[in-house]
Design a protein around this ligand. Structure first.
Ligand code: 5AD
Ligand code: SF4
Length: 479
């Protein structure tokens, strides 16, 4: 590979990424040029995916593009011609794992100098990451970000034939690109992006910088995608966005928001509709009413609260209080009786006191969550919270996490126990990891259910009577 001439690269810039322009978002249609359609013939690829469902969906797009170029997937790293690492920047430990992975892959590059190594995803959007790659990870050939996946064919061509390093990361929102090919990882459950980006700017979060301005896909495109999935035999879609409750708020010419989309998708013939992730501040009555009235939207809601202490919520820029969160939650439970609710919580946010933490514990008690992803605050360079005074010792933060997790685990168990003796509908995913004769799948309330059954049921929705409730799963018998 050629060596460093920093000016020729298109590097990320957090200051630019922070800005939100009023510019109309353009819709582009992806089309592969003839020149690119044969580059991958007799060549193989792998994609290593880290992080959230948004990244999983992006990796499916990258796989779709690579296969359109002629590449085929391989399970062997050694025999790969292209390896792309699709990265996550949400917390420091996610990044550390990826740096380790990049170091490990250097050995393959030594064995096969023609191997193209690509870095994609949220980490690529960070200035400090790209600087470090330029200085210390010379074996990485391509760095591209979350806004320009559709240009992958060009980047591969340049790295492969011109033997030049490609660093191209756009810091501003970019377009919405339609007509992108996908190789889906699952045969009956699919991710469907409904919007990109985030405009909330919670003070701890890097996502608004790595994923850009909030922009919604047109309802026509989303509905057409779901209808097409139904035709292909898909049973479940999960609608994706950093804040799906803000869907449509960027439409200038129409008043069509998330509740409207749920109602329309309910009519498409898809058996199950799920979505993630939500912001309490944008969750409106229209959405709750749509959930109440639809037959295919699942009775499950992931509603991140982050903290139960009002001073902390304010410093996080969350736009709600403990009390208003509980009000929204009660309203949701009224509209969809029996709904299962899970959440995200951060402990050890800068300045969080013992009393603040107890407020979080109190909120968890009142909210009756049936599960949560819990985290210790991680400082992300470039976010406002990275500059906040943080005097709480790491040990104290970890203790808070343990105490919280104990309470959350009790919530998982209680949430499972309420189904004892009930018959639930399970979409069968496959066989259990531990026993081939046991099937595993998820109920409408998103509970993992195991039961004895024949493999032919995989992909079907089956009635299962629940006989045992454990913390992490339910056991049952098919009817
Ligand atoms: N530190 C810890 N957790 C974070 N999250 C987002 N940013 C951070 C951070 N800097 C958590 C939030 C969010 C989830 C996806 O990740 O809880 O809801
Ligand atoms: Fe991050 Fe907040 Fe946006 Fe979620 S809503 S992606 S936590 S800024």
């Amino acid at each position: 590979m050629n060596n460093i001439d920093l000016d020729k690269y298109f590097k990320p810039d957090l200051n630019k990424a922070r800005k939100r322009s009023k510019k109309e978002i353009e819709e582009l249609k992806f089309q592969l040029s003839d020149a690119h359609s044969k580059i991958g013939i007799n060549k193989t690829y792998q994609i290593h995916t880290y992080g959230c469902q948004g990244n999983e969906a992006d990796s499916e797009t990258m796989a779709g593009i690579l296969e359109l170029m002629g590449f085929t997937h391989t399970d062997s790293e050694e025999n790969s011609d292209v390896i792309i690492i699709n990265t996550c920047a949400i917390r420091e430990n996610a990044e550390n794992r990826i740096w380790g992975e990049l170091g490990r892959l250097k050995a393959y590059k030594k064995q096969n100098p023609n191997l193209i190594l690509g870095l994609a995803g949220c980490m690529s959007q960070e200035e400090n990451v790209v600087d470090r790659v330029l200085k210390k990870y010379q074996h990485v050939d391509i760095v591209f970000g979350t806004h320009n996946i559709y240009k992958l064919p060009e980047y591969i061509e340049t790295a492969m034939f011109a033997k030049e390093r490609v660093i191209e990361v756009y810091s501003q929102e970019g377009e919405i690109v339609e007509n992108l090919p996908k190789v889906r990882n699952h045969q009956f459950k699919a991710w469907v992006n409904i919007m990109f980006g985030c405009d909330e700017f919670c003070t701890y979060c890097i996502v608004p910088y790595t994923r850009g301005k909030e922009r919604s896909r047109s309802k026509e495109e989303v509905i057409a995608e779901v209808k097409d999935l139904v035709k292909q035999g898909y049973k479940e879609v999960t609608l994706l966005g950093q804040n799906v409750n803000a869907y449509g708020k960027d439409f200038k010419d129409q008043n069509y928001t998330f509740g409207d989309l749920l109602r329309d998708l309910d009519q498409t013939g898809i058996a199950r509709i799920r979505f993630t992730t939500s912001h309490p501040h944008d969750l409106d009555l229209k959405t709750m009413e749509a959930m109440r009235d639809s037959s295919h939207v699942m009775p499950y809601f992931h509603l991140p609260v982050q903290s139960g202490a009002n001073p902390v919520l304010k410093k996080m820029n969350r736009h709600y209080t403990k009390e208003s969160y509980l009000n929204v939650l009660n309203e949701l439970k009224k509209h969809v009786p029996g709904i299962s609710v899970t959440t995200d919580i951060i402990v050890g946010f800068p300045g969080e006191t013992e009393a603040d933490f107890l407020e979080t514990m109190d909120l968890v008690e009142k909210a009756d969550f049936e599960g949560a992803f819990t985290f210790v605050f991680s400082k992300r360079e470039g976010t406002p919270a990275a500059t906040f005074e943080d005097l709480t010792p790491e040990e104290t933060k970890k203790e808070r996490l343990y105490i919280l997790n104990d309470r959350i685990n009790a919530g998982y168990l209680k949430g499972n126990q309420r189904f004892l003796g009930e018959t639930v509908k399970v979409l069968v995913d496959g066989v259990s990891k531990y026993d081939e004769s046991v099937l595993a799948g998820y109920s409408e309330h998103n509970k993992l259910v195991n039961f004895k059954g024949d493999k032919s049921l995989i992909g079907q929705i089956v009635d299962v009577k629940i006989t045992q409730a454990k913390t992490w799963f339910l056991m049952g018998e098919s009817l």
